[in-house]
Write a protein that binds this ligand. Structure first.
Ligand code: NOJ
Length: 563
């Protein structure tokens, strides 16, 4: 199987004593053939480095902290990690304003730490993806410093510089994703520059061949040192309309977010030429053995549009985040509709990706589950058993909820700008609680973490580790069962008939997943002779089921036909 970067051992999690290990071999089908790539069968895990683990007591997570916690990820059964930006940054947007694409933020460590992390992770069968931010740089990036210095600067063309309109106003009506005009007038040269996020994040000009060549070098820089792929920030927006035409006004039929900005992003997002860039990157990625992974942040409203980023199924993104799924209410019908539509629309050979939390959206335990423990388990079971790659966000595995912060604690520029209407993204970025100790073992008890933790006693890794019935053990069990089932790893998805508040689907030849999204028990038709392989209620594991199953409120189970 195409699982590892060169030099990394294939064996993985050999020493696990797991619930899944006790499941009799017979009901689980054999592992998939060699055609599945590691990132298709694997479970990915997002690490927000700043909040993961602080090894040196400065209150900020770092790469050595990640190394120190690899055993946790290995124990959990994770196959790949995605590190949010690790590159130098003034942190106007917490790492998404990159000042140097080929180095490490000193607070996080040095390049040698990254190399050590890759080697240590690979040694545990874990691949390392990092964030690539191609849409914009920091205004402190030497490219921008040079570009803004004069109209004749060599790298003037790396960014989008345009004269004001005759009345001095910006060149067009574009608004940025963080609100306000997408243009800032630079006094030095009397031209506006484009920024679809903060003014401190000038957009690169992807019509420049020099920019494209510079990124080829960046891809190779990281891939040559064993990085397994990139999560690509706002990858659907990097190329803008060459004529810089005005975006049309939003109508009341448009998605809420467009109405909020007052315009459709017709000329700022999803331009046809972005696909040329992605096709080219895929070719570069395929030049490596194993092929490097392109995981796109495809923040699009329509699944039809999402599908286009997979190209012909093999020539653009390997994986594209599904935002309609993330944004769905936690109800059987809407979630099922997104999944069915995704299954219908994605080109043959392409691979979905399912996630419920990240550093930009409220955590699944809060947003979907409202802190209700059964709903948390149900959401996790869903993510881990659909056809596609699950991406867990750090803390999902312990059912971590958002942390409510006061105005004076907010560090996210978007929260500061829109408070109190929108409180920003800090609530889902607070540090990981590893223990019940003060500061949750994230940093020294006497240090000040960069963002305040919630109550570490409420949910933390160490305590749940010692509780066999915890969310943490549940996630590990589901991952273990998944790992041993070719149906769950690669089997087709097919919805089965069920009531309004339940969602039941078949995976592959003999696996059925039944989820109850209702407050009442539900009768679910299941194969005549089957067994619970794993479920949200551990007491039902391995129990036989015949024809119908009564699934409790917010209960879910994976059933395997035994007959
Ligand atoms: C998406 C990133 O996930 C988010 O955190 C960031 O603010 C924007 N892109 C801009 O880079």
């Amino acid at each position: 199987m195409d699982r590892v970067v060169p030099g990394a051992p294939v064996g993985h999690h050999e020493d696990m004593q797991i619930r899944g290990d006790d499941v009799p071999e017979s009901p689980l089908s054999p592992l998939p053939g060699p055609s599945a790539a590691w990132w298709q069968t694997g479970v990915l895990y997002q690490i927000y480095v700043r909040s993961f683990a602080d090894s040196d007591g400065d209150g900020v997570g770092d790469l050595r902290g990640v190394i120190d916690r690899l055993d946790h990820l290995s124990w959990l059964g994770v196959d790949g990690i995605w590190l949010s930006p690790i590159t130098p940054s003034p942190n106007a947007d917490w790492g998404y304003d990159v000042a140097d694409y080929c180095s490490v933020l000193p607070e996080y460590g040095i390049l040698a730490d990254l190399d050590e992390l890759v080697a240590a992770a690979n040694g545990r069968g874990i691949q390392v993806l990092i964030d690539l931010v191609p849409n914009h740089t920091s205004d402190a990036h030497p490219w921008f410093v040079e570009s803004r210095s004069s109209r004749q600067a060599d790298r003037r063309d790396f960014y989008v510089w345009v004269d004001p309109k005759p009345d001095g106003s910006p060149p067009n009506d574009w608004v940025g994703c963080f609100g306000g005009p997408a243009w800032t007038l630079d006094e030095t040269t009397g031209q506006y520059y484009l920024h679809n996020f903060l003014p401190e994040q000038p957009d690169l000009n992807w019509w420049s061949e020099d920019v494209r060549r510079a990124f080829d070098d960046i891809l190779r820089f990281w891939w040559d040192r064993g990085v397994a792929g990139f999560r690509i920030d706002v990858c659907n927006m990097i190329v803008k309309d060459a004529q810089l035409r005005d975006n049309p006004p939003a109508t009341e039929d448009d998605p809420f977010i467009w109405q909020m900005f007052g315009q459709r992003p017709q000329y700022t997002s999803n331009q046809p030429e972005v696909h040329d860039v992605l096709r080219h990157w895929r070719q570069v990625a395929n030049g490596y053995d194993p092929a490097r992974v392109l995981l796109g942040e495809t923040n699009v409203e329509e699944l039809e549009m999402l599908a286009t980023f997979y190209g012909d199924g093999a020539d653009e993104l390997s994986l594209g985040f599904n935002f309609p799924f993330v944004e769905s209410p936690f109800e059987a019908r809407p979630l099922r509709a997104v999944v069915e539509r995704t299954e219908d629309l994605l080109p043959p050979g392409s691979w979905p990706v399912w996630t419920g939390s990240n550093h930009d959206v409220s955590r699944l335990a809060t947003r979907w589950a409202g802190g209700h423990p059964d709903k948390v388990r149900l959401a996790l079971l869903m993510l881990l058993t659909l056809r596609g790659t699950p991406v867990l966000y750090q803390g999902d595995e312990i059912g971590l909820t958002d942390v409510e912060l006061a105005h004076e604690e907010i560090l996210d520029p978007v929260g500061l700008r829109f408070w109190p209407a929108y409180k920003g993204r800090d609530a889902e970025r607070t540090p990981m609680p590893w223990t019940a100790a003060p500061n949750g073992g994230f940093t020294d008890a006497g240090s000040t973490p960069w963002l305040r933790l919630g109550d570490p006693a409420a949910a933390n890794v160490a305590d749940q580790h010692h509780q066999p019935g915890s969310v943490l053990h549940f996630v590990r069990d589901v991952v273990a069962v998944r790992r041993r089932s070719s149906d769950l790893l690669t089997g087709n998805y097919r919805s089965l008939d069920s009531s309004e508040t339940t969602w039941v689907w078949r995976r592959g030849r003999k696996t059925v997943v039944a989820l109850n999204f209702g407050d009442d028990p539900a009768e679910i038709a299941v194969p005549v002779s089957s067994q619970v392989a794993v479920g949200t209620d551990p007491s039902r594991d391995r129990s036989p089921v015949a024809g119908t199953m009564t699934v409790g409120p917010w209960e879910g189970a994976v059933l395997v036909e035994t007959g």
